[in-house]
Design a protein around this ligand. Structure first.
Ligand code: PLP
Length: 400
């Protein structure tokens, strides 16, 4: 693939914000380790202790032989921290989304309203659910669809709080107001907001003050919480129901001990050290975005730790990701169909553990790229729309 295939890079080791790849140190701007906790001493120690106490695997479903006191402690901590009656922990967050939507979608007369740009796990959950599924674009479009009847107590509205590729943040207050008006249940996936927004990293729903209107909160451990697995939190009756009905919980092995312990330790570190960590991530996000804006990139008004740069052509995004690696920077190319055709991105995300030196070095690389490929000035009101993907950059290029 012209030497620019950008996926499945085999990392050789990692210190979080710097990784080793192809024998070189590379600044990591493509990870979801938003709090930089994957190498925190308390998180490492908790994972090691859990292996000593419980071994390496649950060797079975939580429903049967694979349920640990550690899972229950993690669930209790999550419920308390996010202010819900109960939480339910899954071995992958993807499994939580598909399982919860499938299970709730089996309810008599259920109907799911799902945002068009939702994450793949929500899309697949809605596909699995045997009920009617309707898509909507934004709160206005949702309201248009809801306004056809008065009461929607049989409906579940499913949204992402922070969009994973663009960093766009959902207008949660508008969804909360619609919920109060039409009586639906609201399910919020805050995979990218927990740890970063709200008091002590409680997430986007707390940042926007809508927690009372969120019936089910979804989170993952694989981003800010430095592990793997995920959870949903909500009313006791609903969580109990999910615990006994959800196929992606019952028919798969429990979250491994080390992963459960790492998530719990990361949650505790986040609560204790939030005052120190959160300002650093916000400052790094501000500094990084300002640097990219000054070079001339279109960063899509991101106000989160996820900062995209629009490139346009699919194959150019791939080539740039390769060039960046050659200059010691890891960033993610995002081609069609993840984004509209002709609007490919290079997605970056910062951590509190990035130093100004890391960011300055990466900005130098992005500046070289900007000139090398004459990246166009994008007009937010008139973004390019292509009818077919551009693969021309797969041809060998002359670079200066
Ligand atoms: C918005 C969103 N929801 C759910 C998931 C699934 O999380 P996990 O990778 O922890 O299974 C992701 C992961 O990329 C995500 O971005």
């Amino acid at each position: 693939m012209a030497g620019i295939y950008p996926f499945f890079h085999p990392l050789e080791s990692s210190e979080g914000s710097v990784v080793q790849l192809e024998g070189k140190d590379i600044i990591m701007l493509g990870s979801n380790n938003y709090l930089g906790l994957t190498h925190h001493p308390k998180v490492l120690a908790a994972a090691k202790q859990a292996i000593n106490d419980f071994g390496t695997s649950c060797t079975g479903s939580r429903f049967l032989n694979g349920n640990l006191k550690l899972h229950l402690k993690l669930e209790e901590n999550l419920a308390n921290f996010f202010g819900y009656e109960q939480a339910l922990v899954f071995s992958a967050a993807f499994l939580a989304n598909i399982g919860v939507l499938d299970t709730l979608g089996k309810h008599q007369d259920a109907i799911i309203f799902s945002e068009k740009e939702n994450h793949a796990s929500l899309i697949d959950g809605a596909r699995l659910a045997p009920c009617e599924v309707r898509l909507f674009e934004d709160p206005d479009d949702l309201e248009k669809q809801l306004s056809k009847q008065e009461n929607w107590s049989n409906a579940l509205v499913v949204i992402d709080a922070v969009f994973s590729m663009t960093g766009r943040i959902a207008k949660l207050k508008e969804f909360a107001a619609l919920r109060r008006q039409y009586g639906f249940r609201l399910y919020v996936d805050d995979a990218h907001g927990i740890g970063v927004f709200g008091p002590q990293g409680r997430g986007t729903i707390f940042e926007q003050g809508v927690q009372q209107d969120v019936d089910l909160l979804f989170g993952t451990f694989s981003k800010a919480l430095a592990s793997v697995g995920g959870f949903v939190a909500g009313e006791k009756m609903v969580i109990d129901y999910l615990r006994h009905k959800t196929r992606s919980l019952i028919f798969t092995a429990g979250l491994p001990p080390a992963s459960a312990a790492a998530a719990l330790a990361a949650l505790q570190v986040m609560q204790k050290e939030a005052d120190e960590i959160l300002p650093k991530i916000r400052e790094n996000a501000r500094y990084w975005k300002q640097g990219l804006d000054e070079i001339g990139y279109y960063t899509m008004d991101s106000v989160s730790q996820i900062i995209p740069t629009m490139i346009g052509s699919e194959s150019l995004a791939f080539r740039i990701a390769r060039d960046l690696l050659d200059m010691g920077v890891f960033a993610i190319p995002v081609p069609y169909p993840v984004v509209p055709c002709g609007q490919s991105l290079i997605r970056t995300s910062v951590m509190p553990t990035h130093t100004k030196e890391h960011l300055d070095k990466a900005l130098d690389a992005f500046s070289i790229i900007y000139k090398r490929y004459s990246i166009p000035k994008f007009d937010p009101d008139n973004l390019p729309v292509a009818d077919k993907e551009d693969w021309s950059y797969f041809m060998p290029q002359k670079t200066n």
